[in-house]
Design a protein around this ligand. Structure first.
Ligand code: FAD
Length: 389
């Protein structure tokens, strides 16, 4: 990693969390508004280009280090952390699959300077959350393309600079024969459809949009999306989401622990009864952290290895990455819920220092972000042929 070393960078992100992101989190949630202050602060640290190679001006950060940043952010505001994660998932696709294109390299260098925010357009009306199928298709006519898509949800669509969109390769291609297209501000219009008045993750501002666009063909990311999905989109999504969900979970357990310590001070010499539940939830948190760290180490090792990209296409890797998502999204809900039981009514109240309502609501989004049953169904078919579980 170039520039600031990781421990210093994590400390800087923690400071931004304490001073800017955390203090605004309740308002972001209450108003269902974009967390402008937090994202601006991350831009000032040039963190929106963390993944860009050093020779293009970025930090060339690895996936395990980026996961750690998501964990810190998740402690302060789930929506800010999710926006940061989603931006980097799209950026990873451009960095890992677009460097052969001079135009995309120029784009990345410009992104370092201007800290563009990229949103994701994978889900589609009529398809739902199956990222490996598209109805819409990119239509190339000479040097330019036309691409229109009816999206079910685009997080921070109204606040993003650029978009990465999945679509069929052409209008005769099969639904799974997809490519990714980068749309820059000015290439596209978004017409909002419906609202985003949700249980949680309210600051992600993710209503549906009708997308209309046209741009130069050089913005079609080279190669097949099928490979980019296995090698980049899925591992980065599951890893960075897992990281920020770990942050949400640790913050909840930390609150529960502070509550128990306070109770213990009132009854010296006695272990308060709720300490038992704290011990139980800390056990779950440790398993979650171990799962995140284990997969982060595996991903980072694969990225360093010359055969890594090939290995990322393997069934075993796909199974493990899918299990990470399913496990973290499920255990997070238990961890936040259990932490609430430790603190009791003070966690249930919205105006107490031990309040966990926002985290509990945010946590419930995780199982829906590409439905866990869809992922279980994929693993079920992989397990029919994959032998070395
Ligand atoms: C906070 C948040 C932010 C989001 N941001 C974005 C974004 O920026 N860009 C974007 O493109 N999308 C985004 N999404 C959309 C999301 O990723 C999914 O695409 C969307 O939630 C899918 O729609 P759906 O819930 O109707 O599920 P669907 O995938 O349509 O599934 C509906 C139901 O059918 C079940 N089901 C479907 N297929 C199977 C199967 N094969 N086996 C078993 N069960 C199945 C599911 O479990 C579920 O119960 C966001 C979602 C959330 C919650």
């Amino acid at each position: 990693m170039g520039m600031m070393e990781l421990p210093d960078l994590l400390e800087r992100v923690r400071q931004i969390g304490e001073e800017i992101i955390g203090p605004n989190a309740a308002d972001v949630d209450g108003q269902g508004r974009f967390p402008t202050e937090g994202i601006e602060a991350l831009k000032k640290e040039k963190l929106l280009s963390a993944l860009v190679p050093v020779d293009l001006g970025g930090m060339e950060m690895t996936i395990d280090d980026l996961t750690k940043i998501c964990t810190v952010l998740g402690k302060y505001c789930s929506s800010t952390a999710m926006i940061f994660a989603m931006h980097h998932i799209q950026l990873a696709c451009v960095v890992r699959h677009g460097l052969s294109s001079p135009m995309l390299r120029t784009y990345l260098a410009e992104l370092v300077e201007k800290q563009f925010l990229i949103a994701s357009v994978t889900s589609e009306v009529g398809i739902g959350g199956d990222t490996r199928s598209s109805l819409c298709a990119v239509e190339v006519d000479g040097p330019r393309f036309v691409l229109n898509k009816d999206s079910t949800a685009i997080s921070y669509g109204a606040h993003a600079d650029d978009l990465v969109v999945t679509c069929r390769r052409n209008k005769d291609a099969a639904s799974s024969d997809q490519v990714m297209v980068l749309l820059k501000k000015g290439d596209y219009t978004l017409e909002q459809v419906g609202s985003w008045d949700t249980l949680g993750m309210r600051g992600t501002c993710s209503p549906g949009f009708k997308l209309r666009s046209t741009g130069p063909v050089e913005q079609i990311i080279p190669g097949a999306y099928g490979d980019a999905s296995s090698q980049t989109m899925v591992p980065f999504s599951h890893m960075l989401w897992g990281g920020l969900w770990l942050g949400i979970s640790s913050a909840a357990v930390n609150k529960a622990a502070a509550f128990v310590r306070k109770a213990a001070r009132r009854t010296p010499g006695q272990v308060p009864p709720m300490a038992l539940r704290l011990a139980e939830v800390s056990n779950k948190l440790q398993s979650m952290r171990a799962n995140v760290n284990d997969m982060a180490n595996e991903c980072a090792a694969l990225q360093r290895s010359p055969d890594g990209n090939e290995a990322m296409l393997s069934m075993g890797f796909a199974l493990r990455m899918n299990n990470l998502k399913i496990y973290c999204s499920s255990i997070m809900v238990e961890i936040v819920h259990d932490s609430m039981l430790v603190c009791g009514i003070l966690a249930y109240k919205n105006d107490s220092e031990y309040s966990l309502g926002r985290q509990l609501r945010d946590a419930h989004s995780a199982a829906l972000m590409v439905a866990n049953d869809r992922i279980y169904a994929k693993n079920a078919s992989l397990l029919l042929v994959h032998k070395d579980v």
